[in-house]
Design a binder for this molecule. Structure first.
Ligand code: FRU
Length: 499
């Protein structure tokens, strides 16, 4: 992995393309010991353009090997988002009775003489562990010209009814289709025109079943839907989810139609979907998202590459007072990057006594446990120097917030420098936060993964201070653990140096 590791803003343990543009994660599938990650890629420019599927593989979801582009535009159009599955029983007939990989994706083509495009679904298959892909000669396999937005197929094998299911975004709703062989698709149902948030166009759906921890042993279906940017919404593009039932034909939302559940309360986690066929899929799903926002994605101040993925997260379901909710934890393998840590215990912090931790670098894992005292607000200042980014808790409103209004480079978009929050209950008067800081990104996990906020930050050189603060009273810091993190390029570089 020879990714340019030297640019000061290039994430060092998140996936980035070797060069140029990246958006949505696509076609994530586990096959014969490898986790595949494909992604929306423009290989010739660092802004969005004719889409290809870039490709990388990993054995541990932490270190990635870049592979050549998997899918190129052809006579059916450019290659938009989609999924990939292991066709274990060769239902497609592509693999001579053996298992193989099938990708299902949208192809987009301009309609001659207009500025409209048509979007149709195609498939391609690989007989060599994803190294080369053969587009199916009968492409496209699914089209419906009534819908200009008709994209992002996510396909899975539905065990109970022994058929393939496809969830597809169609403007303000989802369509579900079924198939015996991944080639012939029949309409099954639609969902969502009147449900959840419609702040933007619906994109990149995913549908899967998980057991509910702390429930009655029953499992539930989770339906993830990303919603595109709407210039009048400060949040930009973001991702919602629904909880309910799926019977092989249609999905039923168990919440009221106006309930909106957000996957991530930060500004930079979009188009996330889960891995197909990963080990342990019955009890948890692995999700990765695009760590960016369509509001400013084409303008972020990176040089040579543009776009990164979130860290890979394990999704589970937890029974909460208000209903069943998604919980996100990072995959355990990420902890292999920890270098030797430092620890603080039982510190009292108030206006006249910040805890100045010092210059801590930009690749960090930080775990803090606060017990509420009299302070009206407390938290953590990152990248402190001339500027800062604050992860704080506002006790009066019960909100966890990220404030990036002074976080460094802001001038590339008027709405980037913002403060945004999410409701977080201090159970037993405790607030537990885990932060993952990686040069130009921050992922915050609270309430044991019940609340997640992901944000990009573009700090200026030399602003590496870390401080804990409280205002309007004091707060008890029960513990703080800090681990500098190794770059995922470090072991490769060390191996190369030792010949
Ligand atoms: C989501 C999205 C998808 C589309 C792709 C194009 O970010 O707009 O709906 O397939 O990006 O790159």
């Amino acid at each position: 992995m020879k990714t340019n590791a030297i640019h000061p803003l290039r994430p060092q343990y998140h996936f980035t393309p070797e060069a140029n543009w990246l958006n949505d994660p696509n076609g994530m599938v586990y096959f014969e010991g490898e986790y595949h990650l494909f992604y929306q890629h423009h290989p010739d420019s660092s802004v969005w353009g004719p889409m290809h599927w870039g490709h990388a593989v990993s054995k541990d979801l932490v270190h990635w090997e870049h592979l050549p582009i998997a899918l190129y535009p052809d006579h059916n159009g450019t290659i938009f988002s989609g999924s990939a599955v292991v066709d274990s029983n060769d239902t497609s007939g592509f693999f001579g009775g053996e298992p193989g990989l099938v990708a299902v994706y949208t192809q987009t083509e301009m309609i001659p003489g207009s500025d409209a495009s048509k979007q149709r679904q195609s498939i391609a298959y690989s007989k060599d562990k994803g190294r080369t892909w053969i587009p199916y000669p009968g492409n496209p396999v699914l089209e419906d010209e009534r819908y200009p937005d008709f994209r992002d197929p996510k396909v899975f094998w539905h065990e109970q009814t022994e058929q393939w299911i496809m969830v597809l975004a169609a403007g303000d709703r989802l369509f579900l289709y079924r198939s015996p062989n991944l080639i012939d698709w029949t309409f099954a149902s639609e969902f969502g025109a009147e449900e959840g948030s419609h702040d933007g166009v619906w994109e990149c759906p995913d549908l899967f079943e998980l057991p509910v921890e702390g429930g009655d042993g029953a499992s539930k279906w989770v339906l993830i839907v990303s919603i595109g940017d709407n210039p009048s919404c400060p949040e930009g593009s973001r991702t919602q989810y629904f909880i309910g039932e799926f019977d092989g034909l249609s999905f039923t939302n168990e919440h009221s139609a106006d309930t909106v559940l957000w996957l991530d309360y930060g500004r930079d986690n979009y188009a996330g979907v889960t891995w197909s066929d990963a080990p342990g899929t019955e009890s948890e799903r692995l999700l990765i998202g695009w760590m960016n926002n369509w509001k400013y994605a084409n303008q972020i101040p990176t040089v040579g590459w543009r776009g990164a993925m979130t860290l890979t997260r394990k999704l589970t379901l937890r029974q909460e007072r208000e209903g069943v909710r998604l919980v996100q934890q990072l995959v355990d393998a990420i902890r292999q990057l920890r270098l030797s840590g430092s620890q603080w215990k039982d510190e009292r912090i108030n206006e006249s006594r910040d805890l100045i931790v010092g210059q801590c670098g930009r690749q960090l894992e930080l775990e803090a446990e606060f017990e509420l005292g009299t302070a009206a607000e407390f938290g953590i200042k990152l990248h402190a120097g001339g500027g800062q980014t604050v992860v704080g808790y506002d006790v009066r409103t019960g909100q966890l917030f990220i404030d990036r209004t002074e976080s460094g480079i802001l001038d590339f978009h008027a709405e980037f420098g913002c403060r945004h929050g999410a409701p977080l209950e201090a159970k037993d008067r405790l607030i537990k936060l885990t932060l993952w800081l990686d040069r130009s990104s921050l992922e915050v996990f609270a309430n044991d993964g019940g609340l997640v906020m992901t944000d990009q930050l573009f700090p200026l050189e030399g602003e590496d201070g870390l401080e804990l603060y409280a205002v309007g009273g004091d707060v008890h810091l029960r513990s703080l653990r800090l681990y500098p993190l190794q770059s995922i390029y470090a072991t490769v570089a060390a191996e190369a140096a030792h010949g």
